[in-house]
Design a binder for this molecule. Structure first.
Ligand code: OFO
Length: 183
């Protein structure tokens, strides 16, 4: 008796997305290690935490594929990109990466819609919302850099940014989720 509740196409696409999330984790991990080498421990800390978040995304997809009775394919993770040339470039590359990931997520949403696989469509909504948070986070980093003069950021401004990012939560709470206890 067939118990696989995912189509071949969707199972393959979800497996690809699972590896993409693992790659995102490697990307944040490599940027974090790079930032740490520059003495930017606050920024490194922030990026290390984000690398774990991306790994959680990977696990979320892995569990879903498995729960739906399809085969999980754990494959090689593509190498992260080269180290950025500056902290400004680092944040720009993070934003570009998140934009790309949003496109990949939307593709999966569209595929599940076209197949009328409402379970997968519903599952993917979590990622749609998450990408809004991730893009907001990346945009906030870029806005901070703009205020600090981008590539021409002074040592003093970099010091303050690094100190502030150490304590910045790596999750943005969506307006609809804000409560008085969880502002
Ligand atoms: Fe998994 O959200 Fe960023 O890439």
């Amino acid at each position: 008796m067939k118990t696989n509740r995912l189509s071949k196409t969707l199972a393959a696409a979800l497996n690809v997305q699972m590896t993409k999330e693992a790659h995102a984790s490697q990307l944040y991990l490599s940027y974090a290690a790079w930032a740490e080498q520059q003495g930017l421990n606050g920024i490194a800390d922030f990026l290390f935490r984000h690398a774990s978040e991306e790994r959680n995304h990977m696990m979320k997809i892995l569990e879903y594929i498995s729960k739906r009775g399809a085969e999980v394919l754990v494959t090689a993770i593509p190498a992260p990109p080269e180290n950025p040339a500056s902290i400004n470039r680092c944040f720009e590359q993070i934003f570009t990466h998140e934009e790309g990931n949003t496109t990949a997520i939307y593709k999966l949403v569209k595929m599940s819609f076209d197949e009328a696989d409402w379970a997968t469509w519903n599952f993917m909504q979590w990622f749609v919302k998450e990408q809004v948070e991730e893009e907001t986070l990346a945009m906030n980093l870029l806005n901070k850099m703009k205020i600090a003069d981008g590539e021409k950021i002074s040592g003093e401004a970099l010091y303050v940014l690094d100190r502030d990012l150490k304590n910045t939560p790596d999750e943005i709470i969506a307006a609809q989720d804000v409560t008085t206890e969880h502002p």
